[in-house]
Design a binder for this molecule. Structure first.
Ligand SMILES: C[S@@+](CC[C@H](N)C(=O)[O-])C[C@H]1O[C@@H](n2cnc3c(N)ncnc32)[C@H](O)[C@@H]1O
Length: 400
């Protein structure tokens, strides 16, 4: 059954309508929507900081995500629009069904702090192994406009208002090593090391997910994230088979960059990647970087639609091989997309449809329905000859 409602500590709450004693709804101050259209009540923190014409406060919903709660650092008008979104109910009602506790284990990994490993059975590729909702979200505007101390203040308050044990889970995340535990700087540092850019409608947030935050980085990762903006859930999906005891990893940065650029981007998280793709003997490291550069070149060349290419399908299939050799299965749908377009581009309908299906099969696990490639591939499968790419590579002169 549902967990009991938790009232956050009184000292940080100005007023709250979620405790069983006060079951009425209080809209956020300044909210012009009718109280009856706001289905869920928010607790408002006592602390707000103003910059320009915006006042950022902390809004917390204790019942969210099976009682784990969620805190937002944002303005009352954003809370108002969020609470009245048409698909809003889905956010609050989606259960974390894919979490199979005995599939995964969080444990110390040498040189990496904690990490997530496959517990005691093999996890097949394309398995959704975790589904997580954000515990803390900070509007991007607060990040860029507020002074650091004010921002740290609000983030600290947002984390402190979360129900037990989410509050403790947040402060136990990595990123604040060497700083005073539970201090405002810790809260800010934790957000810096664990937040993802996440959009609600058109508003950008930095979101911290308390469970998926434990997954470490690798440059040939065996898993990837999928974020569904309609349910606000982030899932972890395997892209290769994972054997018992093996660590699950994702890519924190663009993995089609050369190794030195990847390492430079990872310095934000204060570590150097020691995965096999990054620590090969120098000759092999160069070969890997060369393959990665070739992959990017082919992708760029195939993305030129205004002139012919020689053997487009052959190049696109080579692209697939390069993604596989570099361990980039998490992005294979990108190669399948190009292959589908190239086959259709020379009028080979059945091969085009085959690769469009492969693209959707992989891509839909990792990307949401709203991505343009999804509608492109669906349209191609539906009517290859009516698709813009039909025979588009033929009869167009070379442009050298
Ligand atoms: C989002 S957290 C991942 C979970 C973290 N290991 C923990 O204990 O909670 C990001 C931090 O994990 C560590 N980390 C992630 N991937 C790593 C890797 N490949 N090698 C070393 N440290 C890594 C870094 O300290 C990084 O700042």
């Amino acid at each position: 059954g549902p967990p009991p409602q938790t009232c956050p500590p009184n000292e940080v709450i100005n007023y709250i309508s979620t405790c069983p004693k006060h079951p009425h709804i209080i809209p956020a101050p300044g909210c012009t929507a009718k109280a009856s259209t706001i289905r869920l009540p928010w607790a408002v923190g006592s602390l707000c900081h103003r910059t320009g014409d915006k006042e950022y406060c902390v809004y917390m919903l204790p019942n969210f995500n099976d009682g784990k709660g969620i805190s937002l650092v944002t303005t009352s008008s954003v809370i108002c629009s969020v609470s009245t979104l048409p698909h809003h109910d889905k956010w609050w009602s989606t259960p974390n069904t894919a979490n199979t506790p005995d599939l995964l284990e969080v444990k110390p990994i040498e040189g990496k702090g904690l990490g997530v490993v496959a517990a005691n059975r093999t996890i097949r590729k394309n398995t959704r192994v975790m589904v997580d909702a954000p515990g803390l979200m900070i509007e991007h505007g607060a990040f860029t406009k507020l002074r650091t101390e004010m921002l740290a203040d609000l983030i600290h308050e947002a984390a402190s208002m979360l129900p037990y044990p989410s509050r403790e889970d947040f402060f136990a995340l990595s990123g604040a090593e060497g700083l005073l535990r539970n201090s405002k700087e810790s809260a800010l540092a934790i957000v810096g090391k664990n937040a993802f850019h996440t959009k609600i409608e058109d508003i950008e947030f930095h979101a911290v997910f308390l469970d998926v935050s434990r997954v470490n980085h690798a440059c040939s990762p065996n898993a990837a994230y999928h974020f569904d903006p309609l349910t606000m859930r982030k899932s972890l999906i395997t892209v290769r088979d994972i054997h018992p005891g093996e660590e699950l990893t994702i890519g924190y940065v663009d993995l089609t960059q050369p190794s030195q650029t990847r390492q430079a981007s990872l310095s934000h998280w204060n570590f150097t990647c020691s995965c096999p793709r990054c620590t090969q003997a120098s000759r092999r490291q160069k070969e890997s970087d060369d393959r990665t550069a070739q992959l990017v070149n082919i992708r760029n060349e195939l993305d030129q639609y205004d002139h012919g290419v020689e053997d487009g399908p052959g190049m696109a299939e080579l692209l697939t091989i390069l993604y596989e050799l570099e361990g980039l299965e998490a992005r294979l749908h990108e190669a399948y997309y190009r292959t589908a377009i190239e086959f259709n581009g020379i009028g080979n309908k059945w091969e085009a449809i085959k690769f469009a299906r492969l693209c959707l099969e992989r891509g839909l696990l990792l990307k949401d329905e709203t991505r343009p490639f999804v509608s492109e591939m669906k349209a191609l499968i539906e009517d290859a000859e009516g698709h813009w790419s039909w025979r588009f590579r033929l009869g167009v002169g070379h442009q050298d």
